[in-house]
Design a protein around this ligand. Structure first.
Ligand code: SAH
Length: 195
């Protein structure tokens, strides 16, 4: 089942990340939605990302079927992967905590929606997406396999490209000048520490 300690640590991280997400998904179900921008394509992209995030890694760890595509990095790279995964999970947790009930797996505005510009959102507009990029890098370092290791980066890229500009347009349409000012003082996924 487990070929390396890094696969065990990846699984632990995957469980922690899933628990964080499950807690906030339960909270999100209580929201009353004022504006929704859901499309079939977005649903498909979310589904593909969940394959790269959960299904393919678990299939790799729990079966020998993908082992033919293994690659081998120095042990140090695996420990860098552990550190990057820990950073991704911290950022995911802090982003959820700061966004609170304004979080949604979809592009939507809830009835009492407020613009969050503090905490991890102070210097970066999409800390949760940044956390997913870090997760993807960690996955490539921890699951040393061309299919399972790269599955997250490959499946998150189309979702990110489709979603990030539409989300910003939606936020601008709803919050107007306030969001424009926020855009000018923050980076998209890389923190803007200078003004
Ligand atoms: N893109 C953000 C949030 C992802 S969750 C991140 O990466 O951290 C997506 C939902 O969050 C969107 O439907 C939108 O309603 C909400 N959202 C995004 N940025 C927000 C902000 N700064 N304040 C309040 N809500 C926000």
């Amino acid at each position: 089942m487990f070929d390396t300690v890094f696969e065990v640590l990846f699984l632990v991280g995957l469980i922690i990340g899933s628990v964080i997400r499950a807690l906030y998904t339960t909270r999100h179900k209580r929201n009353r939605i004022a504006e929704g921008y859901e499309t079939a394509l977005h649903g498909l992209l979310l589904f593909l990302a969940s394959l790269g995030l959960i299904v393919i890694p678990l299939f790799y760890i729990l079966t020998p079927w993908l082992d033919f595509a293994d690659y081998h990095l120095l042990t140090g790279a695996g420990w860098v992967g552990v550190a990057v995964f820990a950073a991704a999970l911290c950022l995911l947790w802090r982003s959820h905590a700061d966004l609170g009930d304004n979080w949604s797996p979809h592009l939507e505005i809830r009835e009492e929606h407020s613009l969050v510009t503090q905490g991890v959102f102070r210097h970066i507009r999409h800390p949760m997406y940044a956390a997913h990029w870090l997760w993807g890098i960690a996955q490539a370092l921890l699951l040393q396999n061309w299919i399972a290791g790269l599955a997250m980066l490959a499946s998150f890229l189309p979702l990110y490209l489709w979603r990030v500009r539409r989300e910003e347009r939606m936020m601008f349409e709803h919050f107007g000048e306030e969001y424009c000012r926020y855009m000018n003082q923050s980076g998209r996924v890389i923190p803007r520490l200078w003004k």
